[in-house]
Each structure stands twice: as C-alpha cells, then as structure tokens.
Design a protein around this ligand. Structure first.
Ligand code: SAH
Ligand code: SF4
Ligand code: F3S
Length: 480
C-alpha cells in the first residue's frame, strides 16, 4: 500500500487533468440518467492545513462535475480527518455509521476518507474490516490524486486504498475552490520535523518541505487579482520556512515579499514555534503594515521540566522573554496560544508554572487541551500517565483562568474605531454581520450582505468578553 513515486509537479498536474476529464464523463452520464446534478459534501476535521486541503479537494470535485452541498445525503461524501487527539478519531467512526444508512438508500453514493487519520495503518485496517461500505481511502500526501482514485473505484468496484508513507513531491497548479471569496489560506510548507514527544503530526504529515517562494508569491498574486484581501500563510512551523530550499529564504523575507503584493490588505500566519521565532521575524512584523497584529504562539506547558520532556526546546524563561520582546516591538499585538494539560509526569507544581505563564502573558485567548495518548509517539509509552480525574480538574482550573483573563484583555479597544473585515451574516442576529479585527477579535454589527469582503471602520460600542458589538462609521453615500 506504499507508493513513493517522485514526479515533476507539472507532469503530475497534467496527468490529473486527464483523470478529471475522464471522471467528468462518468458523472455526466449518471447525472443524465438521474435527471439532476450530482452533489458532493466534504466534512473537514482538524486544523487550517486540512481546511486548505479540503478547498483543493472541492476544486477537483467541482471540476469533475459535482455541486457542493452541506447535506451529507449527497452523491459523494468525503471526510477529511484529523488524528491529533483521540476524540477526533471517535467522531469519524461515529458518523460513518450514519453514512452507511444513507448509502443504503442511495446506491450511487460514494464515500471517501482522507487526511491524517488515514496515515495510521491500524485505522486503515479497521476501515477495511469493519467499514466495508467505504469506497475510497487516501492519505495526506496524495490528495491531488482524487480524480484518479475515483476513476479507479468506478472501474474496480471494490474499496480503493492508496496511502503513501511519505513524499517529497509538491504538486502545483491544481484547482481549488475557496470557502470565502475574500480570504484564503496559502500553504507555504508541508510536514513537520519537530517531533514534540506527544504529537502525531510529524508521523502523519511527513517531513518538512517548503514550497518555492516564486510559487507562493504567484499564488498570492493570483488570489489578490481574484478579489482576496486576506491571506493566511500556513505551515506547522512557519518559522523554519525555507531552510530546505535550493536557494534558502527565511520566513521573515517571505513575509516582506508577500507584504508588497498589491490588493492584499491583511496577512496572517499559522503556526509559529517559539524556538524558531527570530529577531528578524519580529522586525518584519513591526515593519510590515499588512501583517496582522496577532501572533499565535503555542506554549504547551509553562514548566521547563515538562517542556523538556515534550521536546519543545525552549524553557519557561525563554518563552516569557520572547513574548516581552514581541510586545516591545509590536505594542498592541494580541497573543494567543495552545496549552496541553496532563502530559505524562505533570505534577501540581508543573501545572502551577503553566498558570503562572498564563497570568503573566495575559493571552487574548488560549486553546486548552487534555493530553491525549497517541500510539507511536514517545510520550505514549512514558511512565506516570496522569489520571483522568486529575487531568480534568487541572483543565477546568486552567480554562477558568484563561477565560477570566481573556474577558479582561479582549475589551481593551472598546469605544474606539477599528478596521473590521466583514466576513459573513451573523448567525444569531438578523440584519447583522460578523467580522474580524486585525488582531482576530470578532465584532458583530448591523450591516448589509453586500459589505461582506470589505474592510470597514467600525465603532466598538460594547465589549462582551470575547467579542464586541459595534456599528459602522459613515460609509460615503450609504446609510450605515
Ligand atoms: N504545529 C503546531 C500545532 C499543531 S497541533 C504547533 O506546534 O504549534 C495543534 C495543537 O494540538 C498543539 O499545539 C497542541 O497543543 C495540541 N496537541 C497536539 N498533540 C496533542 C496531544 N497528543 N494531546 C493533546 N493535545 C495535543
Ligand atoms: Fe506537532 Fe510539535 Fe510539529 Fe507542532 S511543532 S506539529 S506540536 S510536532
Ligand atoms: Fe489534525 Fe492533521 Fe491538522 S492531525 S491538527 S488535521 S495536521
């Protein structure tokens, strides 16, 4: 089941174009027979990397002739899975049972699974044995092959499984269908070489590979010409971008180049590893006007002893010092983070160190996670796994502290006018829009759908802890 062909990317893109045409003939035939267009539904679990992959997968499916729907009762259902924590896996198994009942009613239905979970051999074994109604299984390294796999499935009439253990191939120039017309993720690198001892990502996403800067810049330019105003540069550790390129380039240099692209108004990036965050990057963030005043800087733990066991390669003091330098260079920056509680061997004292960092840094928000044991990672076989009740108790105390601080911190811009990118209709309030400030804080304000995709001046009337209620300042010629 392992394949590791290395082909020039242009050649592979052309090959896939052929399969998209072939698959299209099939879908057109079925669609004529049914007298309706065929539909597809993609469900994405996990991080921004998966979200971007799903846009590429949707691009391919639309080229084949499927129309997107939110409804899982579709002709093609694809789950793009995540395996970073056990509960992500459980969700997928749970939903598969439901898909099976839908498939029994629609014989044309194809079910496909891809993403990080599928890179685990024991998962694929389980699917083969217990979920035989699944049609196509593929992994994280070969998403560009979707059309080819669909053609194979239609020919072979049995489950098609194609998982690559790794790749050094980056296929450019495939279609992608953006979820939002005005903002887009842009992969700048794939994989991860850090091997934090709890984390499964390096095993399922493979070794670190950077895209060539000219390919990234060309993509951002194309996006800008197509109406995109905000890009999010994506990688598991963007701070080590470019190290493996033929002509090495730093992430800070790349950021400065993206900052020059006309039409782009906001630049975000995810994720930054503290050990690789350079002075050069801090300077670039301070200099580049389009780079958002927001930095997601995963802490994981505040205890230097636990950080060492996690293989994070920084200490509590180094992390704190780094946040001080960032705040000195970009004073109004908002800092957010990821924290794991209950890593093997974590004591109450270690946990107190984490709380201490949370209190000192005063994050705008923090994603907090219960440690989840991932098979194959060094931490999974460590002694002193923390009992669940202890872990949960710490989790609750951490969450309360994080929320208390963020409700104090997030309101700091109340009664000022801020630039807000209008993103979507408010899901709770009729006639309102939801948007984001440059520092990523959410704002709800009365507005028209036509404003979506524009950056507006919004007065922040009221802080409600994690978000604001506001109203748009005069827009010329329109009654705001
Ligand atoms: N590359 C990013 C993180 C990707 S995973 C980085 O290094 O910051 C997103 C988050 O999931 C991590 O930051 C971590 O907090 C959490 N996570 C990863 N593995 C985990 C595990 N085994 N248990 C609990 N949380 C985990
Ligand atoms: Fe996982 Fe660490 Fe890589 Fe992030 S940097 S993806 S936490 S191994
Ligand atoms: Fe999950 Fe894979 Fe992202 S494991 S967090 S979807 S890289």
């Amino acid at each position: 089941m392992t394949e590791s062909r290395i082909q020039p990317s242009a050649e592979e893109a052309a090959r896939q174009e052929y399969f998209m045409q072939e698959a299209r003939k099939e879908t057109e035939a079925v669609s004529r027979k049914l007298g309706r267009p065929l539909t597809c539904c993609i469900h994405t679990f996990g991080c921004q990397m998966n979200a971007r992959d799903s846009e590429k997968l949707l691009g391919i499916l639309e080229r084949i002739g499927f129309q997107e729907t939110e409804d899982e009762n579709a002709d093609f259902v694809l789950y793009n899975t995540c395996t970073v924590r056990e509960n992500a896996n459980l969700k997928v198994y749970g939903r598969l049972g439901y898909l099976n009942t839908l498939k029994k009613k629609n014989p044309h239905m194809l079910i496909a699974l891809c993403g990080c979970m599928m890179q685990e051999p024991q998962v694929v074994e389980k699917i083969r044995k217990s979920y035989r109604f699944v049609d196509i299984v593929f992994g994280t390294h070969n998403i560009f092959k979707l059309a080819e796999l669909i053609c194979r499935r239609l020919r072979e009439k049995t489950m098609v499984v194609d998982i690559w253990e790794g790749t050094d191939q980056i296929v450019e120039d495939l279609p992608a269908e953006r979820k939002y017309p005005f903002k887009s993720g842009v992969n700048i690198m794939f994989g991860c070489n850090n091997f934090c001892s709890y984390c499964i990502v390096p095993y399922v996403r493979g070794r670190e590979r950077s895209r060539r800067p000219e390919d990234i810049l060309a993509e951002v330019k194309r996006l800008a010409e197509d109406g995109v105003v905000e890009v999010m540069l994506l990688g598991q550790n963007v701070n080590s971008y470019g190290k493996t390129l033929e002509h090495p380039m730093t992430f800070a240099q790349l950021l400065r180049r993206v900052n020059e692209i006309p039409g782009i108004q906001r630049i975000r990036f995810m994720t930054s590893h503290p050990k690789d965050l350079s002075e050069e990057l801090i300077q670039a963030m301070a200099d580049c006007k389009k780079v958002c005043r927001h930095l997601h800087l995963p802490l994981q733990s505040g205890s230097s002893r636990i950080l060492k066991a996690m293989n994070r390669r920084y200490t509590k003091e180094q992390y704190l010092e780094l946040t001080e330098r960032i705040r000195a260079a970009v004073p109004d920056i908002s800092l957010t983070t990821d924290i794991i509680v209950g890593f093997p061997g974590e004591t109450e004292e270690d946990f107190q160190e984490t709380l201490d960092v949370v209190r000192r840094v005063r994050y705008d928000s923090a994603f907090t996670f219960l440690y989840s044991r991932r098979t194959g990672t060094p931490a999974a076989v460590m002694e002193n796994q923390v009992p669940e009740d202890v872990m949960k108790d710490r989790f609750d105390r951490l969450l309360a502290e994080v929320q208390r601080i963020s409700s104090e911190v997030c309101g700091r811009d109340v009664h000022t006018v801020q630039k807000v990118l209008a993103e979507e209709p408010d899901t709770h309030l009729e006639g309102y829009l939801t948007g984001r400030m440059d520092n990523n804080t959410v704002v709800h304000f009365p507005g028209k759908k036509e404003w979506i995709g524009n950056i507006l001046d919004v007065y922040l009337d009221e802080s409600r802890g994690f978000y604001y209620m506001g109203h748009v300042q005069d827009r010329q010629g329109e009654d705001a």
